[in-house]
Design a protein around this ligand. Structure first.
Ligand code: KG4
Ligand code: ZN
Length: 382
């Protein structure tokens, strides 16, 4: 299903390409990697959750096209992601979305240098659709296949809007499934300093939004409700964690739930905007506190924010303000690249490709995988 969420950005240097050429599959086994310094055009494929996305990116920084079909509206009917629905929508949309991305870039499959695909982490059935599709394309076109870690992709979303940005920098990657404080040492070198010990930040927003009957996805719904609320209305606890750069959101979520239940038991009216604002304030403060503690510890000069939760205006504002106060540079993912997209996968795919991280025909998808691990090449590439 292609929804109004679709985005297609045209390449200004567009060459005229007939769409029927786009998915013509020429079998050619001369997929030889370009030299390290030469720019490369990567087709990225992303299907780890509910977005079916494809994009064409040049040298990891310049987006030539980006197409997205999302099943989020259908998922919202169920109050969250139903994995089987996500997989089924991916398989229906993937060919058309990939064709859109190539056409948007004015390129044919033969014009690209490699196919990059999210191979971990994510919903396994959803990942398998993208991996299998990318594998088919790479095999048929004789192009290298580059597996990409989804969270590395979120980090790479920063290069799309800040082409001059180069590691090292400290990045908070906050999404629906993960919450990591990462020292980005190089384009393919990551050190995870801390993480959530329970719920991810986006997951906490989603769960509290469900309790408040604000709908799915919860992050934007809470942010919207919070606009009319007093952030000091309800007092919420700051969860304790053993490790300096870890965070926890499960107790916060329970505290919000207790407020809702107590109001119901006492017959008091719940101040929904007040609770949304208090919760958002607390989550943003916890994330910002840890990010700047990690910056002080590592001596990082640049702090960055990426992932779906990076769309949160309060969190962005807090990080910008505190970076200014601390004399640090703040780099925030552009809103259109905060949620899942394939431009970020193609961007990271470029750096993995440059590093020689290519896969072979037996590439598999993995539901969980640390972001500082490499995909094991068990066989010769295509
Ligand atoms: O990165 P993403 O698109 O998908 C995953 O990889 O999980 O992140 C989705 C998450 C959802 O939990 C959603 O509620 C959250 O990002 N989110 C937000 C906002 N927009 C999306 N959280 C807080 N504030 C927002 N404005
Ligand atoms: Zn994501």
């Amino acid at each position: 299903m292609i929804t109004e969420k679709n985005k297609l950005s045209a390449n200004p240097r567009k060459r005229k390409t007939c769409i029927c050429r786009v998915l013509r599959l020429n079998v050619n086994f001369k997929g030889i990697m370009k030299s390290k310094s030469k720019p490369a055009i990567i087709l990225g494929i992303e299907t780890s959750c509910d977005e079916t996305a494809a994009a064409v990116v040049e040298d990891g920084r310049h987006v030539l096209s980006s197409a997205i079909a999302s099943s989020v509206e259908e998922q919202a009917l169920y109050g969250g992601i139903v994995p089987e629905i996500a997989s089924r929508r991916h398989i229906e949309s993937i060919s058309q979305v990939a064709a859109q991305a190539l056409a948007g870039a004015g390129l044919a499959l033969q014009d690209i240098d490699a196919v990059a695909v999210t191979a971990a982490p994510g919903l396994i059935g959803a990942l398998l659709v993208g991996v299998n599709f990318a594998k088919g394309l790479a095999f048929a076109a004789g192009k290298p296949l580059v597996p990409v870690h989804h969270l590395r992709g979120h980090v790479a979303s920063l290069y799309l809007s800040y082409p001059q940005l180069t590691p090292p920098f400290l990045c908070l990657v906050a999404s629906g499934g993960h919450c990591h404080f990462v020292l980005v040492r190089g384009h393919t070198a990551f050190q995870v300093l801390g993480r959530t010990v329970d719920d991810a930040a986006g997951e906490a927003f989603d769960k509290v939004a469900r309790t408040l009957k604000l709908g799915y996805p919860g992050g934007p719904a809470i942010a919207k409700a919070a606009l009319g609320g007093d952030a000091t209305r309800y007092s919420l606890p700051t969860p304790k964690v053993a490790d300096a750069f870890d965070v926890s959101f499960s107790g916060l979520k329970t505290a919000a739930l207790n407020i809702v239940n107590q109001c119901a038991m006492k017959g008091e009216a719940l101040d929904v905007p007040g609770l949304a604002a208090s919760f958002q304030q607390k989550v943003a403060a916890i994330l910002a506190d840890k990010l700047f503690a990690a910056a002080a510890h590592t001596g990082a000069k640049t702090v960055a924010l990426a992932g779906g939760v990076a769309a949160n205006a309060l969190l962005r504002q807090m990080i910008e303000t505190r970076a200014r106060e601390n004399g640090l540079a703040a780099v925030l993912a552009e809103i259109r690249y905060t949620g899942d997209n394939a431009a970020m996968i193609a961007a990271q795919g470029f750096f993995e490709y440059q590093a020689g991280h290519v896969a072979g025909p037996a590439l598999n998808a993995t539901a969980t995988m640390p972001m500082d691990e490499e995909f094991m090449a068990k066989e010769a590439p295509f």
